[in-house]
Design a protein around this ligand. Sequence first.
Ligand SMILES: [Zn+2]
Length: 133
Amino acid sequence: MHEWALAEAVTSTALELSKEKNVKEITELRIKMGELQQIEMEIFEFALSELTKNYDILKKTKIKIKMEKAIFRCNVCGYEWSFAKDKLTSEESESIHFVPEIVHAYIRCPKCNSPDFEVIKGRGVWLDSIEVR
Ligand SMILES: [Zn+2]
């Protein structure tokens, strides 16, 4: 169900922004999604189309969803790197998709080999920008 909550958050943010600016129509919504975000894309897109059709200014809106690459930072040496999916077996990357917390079990700092790192990008769903008329 959280796909609906996320779609609702994106929709209401767009509506609020357009209210402030006295917008007639939102032509495009650009949404960013972290690659570690647990989400069923089909449900999310369905939720968005269901929610946006209730509002005149959102009826004709093009919706674009872009992935944001995950970035990790080592807590020991400060090195930053991105998520290299190709280095994992497909079974591992499936588990990471469903349970982002287990990235710690599979990924280590490529510089100092420490498992102590932070996910600094690649989580969450947010409204990146809107285009209006
Ligand atoms: Zn390190």
